[in-house]
Design a protein around this ligand. Structure first.
Ligand code: PXP
Length: 243
């Protein structure tokens, strides 16, 4: 039987709503128990260099509330790696960051500065943290991620989410998930996933973890956070059960 896929909920956009008013509500850490009660296996948050949504104090509050596991998304800057060493989350996902982008628009360029990337992965490992690299689902990025010493890769599913009918995007996710697993990497995926499009990704047996944020917070506006998480969980489990 294909093992259950983990669902990590990215709660950044609770902070986005608060930052629209630069006020005090909603509090991102208050989302943690609701997501966990609804079936989330972990909580993800991205501390961006520009602090556009989550603030440092939010991250500390989230860490204090998480009873499952915490996945900290950061760029590989000196400031962020030092923060991860202090906080010691279960997992760090290293992502590319450009100030002008609306969201993380593509995967990490794992060939741009391999020395720094490998050193960051080593530092995190020494601190007892597993590292996942957010990459595009290509053969080269997957193989290089293994060579750099990553524990996991997270495939950017944005291209699939924007063009779900294009079979080449799903083919790339499938073949590189199998490649990643054969190289000894844990394989994750995320970006732009919703209850409507998650099925095909949930049905890729090698993908063991999904990180989903924007859709959950959007849906929560209408049905509440717990129901939004439960709907997603059901869509994933349904696709997995059909394998
Ligand atoms: N995974 C990573 C590495 C991300 O950067 C993001 C976006 O913050 C997500 C998953 C979640 O994407 P979305 O908010 O579109 O579900």
């Amino acid at each position: 039987m294909t093992p259950r896929q983990r669902l990590y909920i990215n709660i950044d956009h609770v902070a986005t709503i608060r930052q629209a008013r630069r006020g005090h509500e909603p509090v991102p850490a208050d989302a943690v128990p609701l997501c966990e009660q609804a079936g989330a296996d972990g909580i993800t948050a991205h501390l961006r260099e520009d602090r556009r949504h989550m603030q440092d104090s939010d991250i500390l509050a989230v860490v204090a509330r998480v009873t499952t596991v915490f996945n900290l998304e950061i760029a590989g800057t000196a400031e962020m790696i030092a923060l991860a060493e202090r906080l010691r989350p279960h997992q760090v996902t290293l992502v590319p960051e450009r100030r002008e982008e609306v969201t993380t628009e593509g995967g990490l360029d794992v060939s741009a500065d391999p020395t720094t990337l490998a050193a960051n992965i080593r530092r995190l490992r020494v601190a007892g943290i597993r590292t996942s690299l957010f990459i595009d689902a290509t053969r080269e990025s997957t193989t290089r991620s293994r060579d750099l010493g990553a524990d996991a890769v997270e495939f950017h599913t944005g291209r699939y989410a924007h063009a779900p009918a294009d079979p080449s995007t799903l083919d790339a996710l499938r073949s590189n998930a199998a490649l990643g697993r054969s190289l000894g990497l844990a394989v994750h995926a995320g970006h732009g996933l919703t209850t409507d499009n998650v099925g095909a990704v949930a049905a890729i047996p090698e993908i063991e973890e999904l990180n989903i944020g924007h859709h959950v917070v959007s849906r929560a506006v209408f049905v509440g956070l717990e129901r939004a998480v439960r709907e997603l969980r059901a869509a994933m489990d349904g696709a997995r059960a059909a394998l």
